[in-house]
Design a protein. Sequence first.
Length: 130
Amino acid sequence: MHLHPTNRRCTLAAASLLLALSLAGASSAPVGASPAAGHVKRSPRTVTGIATYYYPPPNRHVPATLMCASPNLRFGTHVSILDLENHKRTRCVVGDREGRSPGRVVDLGSRVFARLAPLARGVIRVRLGW
């Protein structure tokens, strides 16, 4: 059987990918299957650092009551926030970008920040999970 060069490359790429996955121990089982069945359950990702607040601009996709800004999380990502000092929790949705600053992991909309701490605090230590 004669394959066109493009099809031959696709076939080789697919074979290489399957070999790499089998060597890495990957399986075709659904994510989150029970560990007893030999599958690993994905855990949520977390990061700890500093949060500040800002007054978010109007956004037609995310209401101001839920808005937060992140330098690297995708727009629309739902984030849970834990204030490490008073252990209050809330949620926000990434709808804006922030500038990178050492130690700072998120800028919270003023309404989101106020659910965790008084605005007068200005800066809080938080743990984010998404």
